[in-house]
Structures are given as C-alpha cells and as structure tokens.
Design a protein around this ligand. Structure first.
Ligand code: ADP
Ligand code: 5GP
Length: 197
C-alpha cells in the first residue's frame, strides 16, 4: 500500500504514558468528525469493558505473527514484553474508503516507523507533560498504576522524551484546553483544504 491519493492522510499521536494522550484524542474524535480512531491489533487480553473491533482487534501471538509474515502491518512493535501491537493496513484502507482520516494512537517507536512509512502524508504529533514530576503526579492521580508499573512508566517516559523532537509537532500539555485547541488547529491545517471539517 502506498500513500497514493490526496485523501490518504493520516494523523499519528504519541506520548509517554500519563501525558494526556487519551484525553486529547477523545477531544479530537469529538470535534473533528472526519477523524476515525485506527483500531490496532494486539496480543494482550482485553480489559474490562474493552470490545474486540472497537478498542483493539485482540488476537493470538500466532495470528499476529502470521499477519507479520503476510506484511499486513504498516508498523508493529512489541510495546511490552511479549505483547505485540500493530497498525493494520486493512484498517487504514477501510477508513479512507469510508471518506475519513485515520488517527493512530500508538507508542513512540511505532509512531516514528509509521511517520517514516507515510512521510508527508502523515502528521506526527508528540504530546508531553510540562515536566517529569508533573507526569508522575498525573499518573498517581489517575490511580491506575501500582508503584512498580509507575516506576516502569516513568523510566520509559524518560527514554521516550529523547525522541520528542523527531516529530512534526510537539504539544506541551500544561493547560488541557490549550493543548486540545493547539492539536486541533494543527490537524485542521494539515488536512487537505475543502476536505477538512
Ligand atoms: P495517557 O493517555 O497519555 O496515558 P491520560 O489522558 O490518561 O494520559 O491522562 C493522564 C491523567 O492526567 C488523567 O487522569 C487525565 O485526566 C489527567 N490530565 C490530562 N491532561 C491534564 C492536564 N492538562 N492537566 C491536569 N491533568 C491532566
Ligand atoms: P494499552 O495496552 O495501554 O492499551 O496500550 C499500550 C501502548 O501501546 C500505548 O502506548 C498505545 O498507544 C500503544 N499502541 C496501541 N496500538 C498500537 C499500535 O498499533 N502500534 C504501536 N506501535 N503501539 C500501539
């Protein structure tokens, strides 16, 4: 699959865990109706409330490896030990066929790969908290992490922040409203004129 037509634009959003990516993505999907969440395949188990085909395509490691050999992914990564995540070319094609633009919410390494794959057809955005201490505070307030997983995420964040300047745009999520507005504006400017909402 090559990025052949004008319509084949893609938005890539990435961030260290806790930076506010999910919150901003939710805002974008509500305010820009032409954006469609790109549903990834992954090999972890569904969490409570997650639905196959809406949140992820939950598949086995064998199925995932089969898809790798069929070159079904535009990018894939082992994001956590033993857990694969990947962006399916078929999912992107479906969104474009339906007249939308895919929004890929993926990890930092995957985002770099996907940007490389789509080049100027992709807008890649890195979201970061104003400081590591604030990131830690937000993760604690979210109340989803054990002390161990918190440490793991903060360590990973420090590493991922080294890549923050390798994207088309960097958004510092200090005031949430402002970060949402800035991200929304970047996307409006990027989508082809007359096609954007
Ligand atoms: P991510 O998807 O990047 O892991 P979330 O969207 O879950 O991050 O945000 C992490 C936590 O920080 C959530 O509890 C969220 O409500 C909160 N949060 C997000 N943005 C801000 C902000 N600008 N100021 C304060 N808290 C925020
Ligand atoms: P979670 O298991 O918490 O849903 O997601 C873990 C991480 O995997 C998040 O950073 C998420 O953005 C990332 N992720 C989700 N889908 C993909 C994908 O298709 N490719 C890559 N590289 N990362 C993904």
């Amino acid at each position: 699959m090559g990025p052949e037509s004008e319509r084949q634009r893609i938005i890539i959003i990435t961030a260290p865990s806790g930076s506010g990516k999910s919150t901003i993505v939710r805002h974008l999907l509500q305010t820009l109706p032409e954006l469609r969440f790109s549903v990834s395949a992954c090999t972890r188990s569904p969490r409570q409330g997650e639905i196959h085909g809406r949140d992820y395509f939950f598949i086995s490691v064998e199925e995932f490896q089969q898809k790798i050999s069929e070159e079904a992914f535009a990018e894939y990564e082992m994001v956590y030990a033993g857990k694969y995540y990947g962006t399916l070319k078929s999912e992107l094609q479906k969104i474009w066929r339906d007249g939308g633009y895919p929004l890929a919410d993926i990890d930092v390494q995957g985002a770099l790969r996907l940007k490389h794959y789509f080049a100027d057809k992709a807008l890649s955005i890195f979201i970061k908290a104003p400081a590591l201490e604030i990131l830690e505070q937000r993760l604690r307030n979210r109340g989803t992490e054990t002390e161990e997983s918190l440490r793991e995420r903060l360590q990973k964040a420090e590493h991922e922040l080294q890549w923050s300047n390798s994207f088309d745009a960097l958004i510092v999520n200090d005031q949430l409203d402002e970060a949402c507005q800035q991200t929304e504006q970047l996307i409006r400017n990027f989508l082809p004129k007359g096609l954007s909402v």
